[in-house]
Design a binder for this molecule. Structure first.
Ligand SMILES: O=P(O)(O)OC[C@H]1O[C@](O)(COP(=O)(O)O)[C@@H](O)[C@@H]1O
Length: 382
């Protein structure tokens, strides 16, 4: 129905029938934090073609498991030695745009006496920081967890920025066999959104990571259903919290069947389901989707990423792997100085393979048998 002049009268006062002045959209920068433009630029730099993230932010407990697998004690000296190898890998910046650090590493120096942050920066790799404080059980919902760390997060983020970090990560965990209950799902989504708002206000690009664990015997449709619901709720709260979508990055799990399901999915199926989920739930304003590997084998993680990049996407679809980048590196190292070069060659090989996959150009014929060994551990508690 066309509006008559009469219908434009409000409380007896006649409003002008003239078309209203066009309201100029405020620039993204005017909306929120003073860091808006910087955040957008940082996110773009991270999400640039052929590049992904090296997740080397294992908490001490998780790092301990990794070191244990090669018979090394979990102490600060061994963690530093291992991480020194990673950041000193020559040529890593051809494929890696940013590295996520654990707090211990952010303030630490490599075995060569140079700050980790400075080594990364001088190699053109942006330092990032894990800012959640780990997982705690959700009372009354057995098997479900929530991520701690919001208290004092603003001050910590300000310190991390001063120390050289320009992006950060918060990992919440969703379980399918034990849930997800409405309470745990809300906690995940709301916690991620509050974290993202706080991080942006301190100049850090937040990586939003609701990891949906692979545990379970459910089929791929069930994973799709859960992923769609978690991301819908996460984006609702991100919007409510006025988070600048152009200045965030996502770290989703790929959509796969549960690890104990009778059928495995092919890379094309994983790509099809995962992209379907992303197209339905993630606005194109988000610059980068940086997947976690979640216990997939090195090769599986690369093949799945490659399949997703066979056709153009609205986002930069890439990787932020820990295990799927580091597994063969750790194995090659074995804690021995004489193996450092071999360990670095292994990391560079995985980084290049995933960089190729980011461009949809990965050739799996370069791989050894070892790269196809899965790393999933049933019921693994991080
Ligand atoms: O040490 P935490 O906090 O339990 O996190 C475990 C790991 O999960 C990740 O988010 C994803 O790692 P994967 O690629 O190995 O699944 C890493 O960044 C992190 O090291």
């Amino acid at each position: 129905m066309a509006l008559s002049v009469k219908s434009l009268q409000v409380n007896g006062a006649k409003r002008s029938a003239k078309p209203m002045a066009v309201v100029k959209p405020r620039s993204v920068a005017a909306k929120a934090t003073k860091y808006a433009e910087e955040l957008i630029q940082t996110a773009k730099n991270i999400a640039r073609p052929g590049h992904g993230l090296l997740a080397m932010d294992e908490s001490n407990a998780t790092c301990g498991k990794r070191l244990d697998s090669i018979g090394l004690e979990n102490n600060v000296t061994n963690r530093r030695a291992y991480r020194t190898i990673l950041v000193n890998t020559p040529g890593l910046n051809q494929y890696i745009s940013g590295a996520i650090l654990f707090e211990e590493t952010l303030y630490d120096s490599t075995d060569c006496g140079k700050k980790f942050v400075d080594v990364l920066k001088s190699n053109g790799i942006i330092p990032g920081i894990k800012v959640d404080k780990g997982l705690a059980p959700v009372a009354n919902f057995p098997g479900e967890t929530w991520a701690m760390g919001l208290e004092g997060l603003d001050k910590r983020c300000a310190e991390y920025y001063k120390a050289g970090a320009r992006f950060c990560k918060w990992r919440s965990v969703v379980t399918i066999p034990a849930g997800p209950s409405a309470i745990a799902a809300r906690e995940t989504a709301y916690g991620l959104a509050r974290y993202a708002a706080i991080a942006q206000n301190a100049g850090l690009v937040p990586i939003v990571e609701p990891e949906i664990l692979m545990d379970g015997d459910h089929d791929i449709n069930r994973t799709l259903e859960v992923a769609e619901s978690i991301w819908a709720e996460t984006f609702k709260y991100l919007a409510d919290n006025k988070v600048i979508f152009e200045g965030i990055l996502l770290k989703p799990s790929m959509v796969t069947p549960g690890a104990e399901h009778k059928n495995r999915a092919t890379p094309d199926q994983v790509a099809d389901y995962t992209l379907k989920m992303l197209r339905r739930r993630v606005p194109p304003a988000v610059p980068g989707i940086m997947f976690l590997s979640g216990g997939q084998s090195e090769m599986e993680a690369t093949l799945n990423l490659n399949a997703m990049n066979k056709t153009p996407n609205p986002w930069h679809v890439s990787f932020s792997y820990a295990r799927a980048l580091q597994n063969s590196t750790l194995k090659a190292w074995q804690g021995k100085p004489e193996n450092v070069k071999a360990a670095q060659a292994a990391l560079l090989k995985r980084a290049k393979a995933n960089s190729d996959a980011q461009l949809g150009k990965y050739d799996p014929s370069i791989e050894s048998k070892d790269a196809s060994k899965g790393m999933y551990e049933k019921g693994y508690v991080y």
